[in-house]
Design a protein around this ligand. Structure first.
Ligand code: FAD
Length: 512
């Protein structure tokens, strides 16, 4: 079932019978009860293609009431259900482990309501009489199956943007994003996604629909409980999100640095000089950049090679760009003086051209894809999503893992990249699958990395969730009491354990 060879027994859920399929067809229509082997296989296989369940059915409800009716039936019959969004998750949370029913939200992709778009026209004495200040504050209500990029392009027509951006935006859904409390490249700018949620509609395991309304202190507690629950406490059907104004001016600087210390200096300089215009600060090491160029043939526009690469993005709503340009100049002055101190080893490219922009972002956004391509997906890599409080730990963990395993014949690469602004490291080890299996590499790597993080008080999951892959390791970052509180909440909301079983909590924490 998983790369590390953990095995688990199927719990005593009911198998899906022909009579159940008739009930489902009655609720959503025969066309939306999917049994086509090709589509079923796709829904059973996760994005990195290293978790594959054996479910035989996918249901595609068209509205919250249909989700509710399906769950009511599943609860009655004790059928296990996996809510699935865009299936881009990297923790094996959105696919069955055994033969669970897949509940796909893909048809529930409507933007329902544009609640408010407030445009203030202020005529202040110190402004010219026809000057306008647009302070646009918007709330969008969307079905949970809206694809992130589609939602963002809808919002762009109103001068707004989703306060979340990640490389999987073309496929992941806003419901999946909230269920994993996705991070991505804009956390530095807009904070955690959970802070932008103003309301949720959720179908509970019993099938009851709860609408955790709009801004309301009491309701927001329930909203926060559901965010990040990875489909184990309820199925999100509708989302109300506060959306910031869409930036009018975006610039990107790609910088090659000789040391991680230089990257950290640059991060401090970026925070103080770019201030509120800083919208992303990402880092990649040389091993990651070489995978991007070896495997995807993408070219880095910098002239030489470096140990680390930082992507610094600025964005503001100042259409003239004069405010940003002044701040960027100050940042570049810091860059020049740092370059002087490090004897000319820093190299940089600045872009505000949209085509070059996309090409530079692709180096970072396709990093994971490039690393997986080292060895093919089946058992050829292991990826971690670590959070650390000391930013230097981002490099220390990569170096420690490289020192421990890098010399083994089967290991191809130990690489690190991530969201420096949030202290979030994606560590990837790639290896020849047969060699890795022969020397029991993956359990050793997993034990080493999680042990290292536990000692440094880091977290084993920064933004991808625990899903199936990390559920057994929850005890590395949560006390036994915290785990049993989580299990208690699960039992209260889902007494039969039908929602996304085997995920998030270790099997020992729950017995159904
Ligand atoms: P799925 O993969 O379908 O499901 C993920 C989890 O959410 C599962 O547990 C599932 O059961 C649950 N779920 C889905 N929809 C619902 C719903 N409506 N109600 C209840 N539960 C639901 N993640 C980041 O955080 N930051 C990144 O920068 C990032 N970059 C990525 C880059 C690439 C190339 C890829 C492939 C993935 C990346 N991810 C990243 C991971 C992934 O895109 C996110 O976890 C995303 O939020 C998952 O959304 P999804 O719709 O694909 O959910």
């Amino acid at each position: 079932i998983s790369a590390d060879g953990r095995s688990l027994s199927r719990s005593s859920y009911s198998r899906i019978e022909p009579a159940d399929l008739l009930v489902f067809a009655d609720i959503i229509g025969q066309n939306h009860v999917i049994t086509d082997p090709f589509e079923v296989l796709a829904a059973n296989t996760d994005w990195p293609r290293d978790c594959r369940g054996q479910g035989g059915h996918v249901l595609r409800p068209g509205c919250a009431e249909e989700v509710s009716a399906i769950l009511r039936h599943c609860q009655k019959r004790r059928i296990a259900v996996v809510p699935q969004g865009g299936n881009t998750g990297l923790a094996g949370g959105g696919v069955p482990v055994f033969d669970e029913l897949v509940l796909s939200l893909s048809r529930m992709n409507r933007v329902l309501e544009f609640v408010t778009t407030i445009i203030f026209t202020l005529k202040l004495s110190q402004l010219e009489s026809n000057s306008k200040i647009d302070a646009v504050a918007g709330l969008v209500v969307a079905e949970a199956g809206c694809v992130l990029a589609d939602l963002d392009s809808h919002l762009s027509e109103h001068g707004l943007t989703v306060p979340l951006d990640l490389a999987a935006k073309g496929s992941c859904q806003i419901g999946g994003n909230l269920s994993t409390n996705a991070g991505g490249i804009r956390v530095l700018r807009y904070g955690s996604l959970r802070g932008s949620v103003r309301g949720l509609e959720v179908a509970l395991a019993s099938g009851e629909l709860i609408d955790c309304g709009r801004v309301n202190e009491d309701e927001s507690r329930l909203v926060q409980l559901m965010i990040g629950s990875e489909g184990t406490l309820g199925v999100l059907t509708k989302v109300t999100l506060a959306c910031p104004p869409r930036p009018a001016n975006v610039r990107l600087v790609l910088i090659g640095c000789d040391s991680f210390q230089s990257v950290l200096h640059l991060f401090s300089a970026a925070r103080s000089t770019l201030a509120e215009t800083l919208s992303a600060f990402e880092v990649m090491d040389a091993a990651t950049m070489s995978a991007v160029s070896d495997n995807l043939k993408l070219n880095c526009p910098l002239s030489g090679s470096s140990e680390f690469y930082a992507l610094v993005e600025t964005a503001s709503c100042d259409a003239s760009g004069s405010n940003d340009a002044g701040k960027l100049d100050k940042f570049l002055e810091c860059l020049v003086s740092l370059n002087h101190e490090s004897a000319g080893s820093i190299d940089a490219v600045i872009s505000n051209d949209s085509r070059q922009f996309g090409a530079i972002w692709a180096l970072r956004e396709r990093a994971f894809e490039a690393l997986v391509a080292d060895c093919g997906p089946a058992g050829g890599y292991m990826q971690f999503d670590a959070a650390v409080s000391d930013r230097l730990d981002m490099q220390r963990l990569v170096l420690a893992t490289r020192a421990e395993f890098g010399q083994l014949d089967c290991v191809i690469r130990v690489a690190g990249f991530g969201h420096l602004g949030d202290g979030n490291l994606h560590l990837v080890v790639t290896a020849d699958p047969a060699g890795a299996a022969a020397c029991g590499l993956w359990p050793r790597v997993e034990a080493f990395v999680y042990g290292w993080l536990a000692r440094r008080r880091g977290s084993i999951s920064a933004e991808h969730g625990l899903g199936w892959k990390r559920s057994a390791y929850l005890g590395h970052c949560k006390s036994p009491t915290a785990v049993s509180v989580m299990a208690g909440i699960k039992r209260l909301l889902d007494p039969q354990g039908i929602l996304n079983p085997y995920k998030v909590l270790p099997p020992s924490a729950l017995s159904y």
